[in-house]
Design a binder for this molecule. Structure first.
Ligand code: SF4
Ligand code: MG
Length: 323
């Protein structure tokens, strides 16, 4: 299939335990009815404020945590039905890179072992090929062969992220969730890692789900963008369309904070009123209605349906209801 990933009506609720008898008193709706697809070899950026469900979406797709409902098709197959054995194999095809490259590397293992361990466990290459294979992946990620015997603490943050990327790519994945992969790095290093990710994508025809709260990074690396608010996807589309003409009032507010390179172009900064409501108790109707300047009566009652405005630009907002 053209789409490597198809996510439909994905939900992830976390039960809230409490009360006198420790029973379940409610749910945190971390991911609430999210649908999107990603074309092979492209990058989809997932943006939104912290706590909106971006990371949980990524982890649920990878089956690192169990979904509550919905389906995830990977290469056309429903991976929700996979048993342990198939899931183990799937692990090599889908990988994740985290924000903090230090805490995700074992301090006691040398780099060569960190990168090669899972390659051996999965029996991806023969004993004879193993050393060269690991060296090659390391070089592809900008690391040197002599780094194999060094330990994580001997490396800078940027190099540690290269090690994490090498470890993920050593398994020869098709799809990688990049969860804030450059957010912990200096700005000067961020560009290097972004360029590395793009280079590797080109070489290996990788598909990325790139999670970030940094809109300029997302604009730079993504082909398509999804905007999340309170567990829901409010707008998706091609990167250039969304950045040129955001349709959803939340996206408009979020994007109004990006500094513009052209000083003559004065964009009005939209300041959102109020706080993000609790995902344990989201507002009825449109979840954004408590903070939306354009809120209408219908918004308080009815959850808006997703509507394609053309060119795959989909928005969930009553302003665009068919009149
Ligand atoms: Fe605002 Fe209504 Fe659109 Fe929600 S549906 S974003 S409240 S206008
Ligand atoms: Mg996160």
């Amino acid at each position: 299939p053209d789409n490597i990933l198809e996510v439909s009506h994905l939900k992830k609720y976390f039960p809230i335990k409490g009360g006198f008898f420790g029973g379940v008193t409610g749910n945190v709706k971390a991911v609430d009815d999210v649908s999107f697809s990603i074309k092979r070899g492209t990058t989809m950026g997932l943006v939104g404020e912290s706590g909106c469900g971006k990371s949980t979406t990524g982890r649920t797709i990878l089956r690192l945590i169990d979904k509550t409902d919905g389906t995830v098709l990977f290469n056309g197959e429903d991976i929700g039905t996979y048993d342990k054995k198939k899931l183990r194999k799937l692990r090599t095809k889908m990988q994740i890179i985290f924000q903090d490259p230090y805490s995700s590397l074992s301090p006691r293992l040398p780099i060569g072992e960190i990168i090669g361990e899972a390659v051996r466990e999965h029996g991806l290459v023969s004993k004879e090929e193993y050393d060269d294979y690991v060296t090659k992946v390391m070089k592809d990620c900008g690391l040197q062969e002599y780094h194999k015997d060094r330990y994580p603490h001997e490396f800078s943050g940027g190099q540690r992220q290269r090690i994490c990327i090498a470890r993920a790519l050593a398994l020869n994945p098709e799809f990688v969730v990049c969860d804030e992969p450059v957010s912990a790095l200096d700005v000067s290093i961020q560009a290097q890692i972004i360029n590395l990710l793009r280079e590797l994508q080109e070489k290996r025809n990788l598909t990325y789900l790139f999670i970030s709260h940094d809109l300029s990074v997302v604009e730079h690396i993504s082909d398509t963008v999804g905007v999340m608010y309170l567990g829901g996807l409010v707008e998706t589309g091609k990167t250039e369309d969304i950045f040129a003409k955001p349709l959803h009032p939340y996206t408009q507010a979020l994007f109004s904070a990006i500094p513009m390179p052209d000083p003559d172009y004065k964009k009005e900064r939209i300041i959102l009123k109020g706080d993000i409501p609790s995902p344990a108790n989201p507002p009825a109707g449109c979840k954004f209605h408590t903070r939306c300047e354009k809120c209408m009566e219908i918004c308080k009652k009815e959850d808006p349906k997703a509507r394609d405005m053309g060119n795959g630009h989909v928005v969930k907002c009553h302003l665009y209801d068919e009149k």
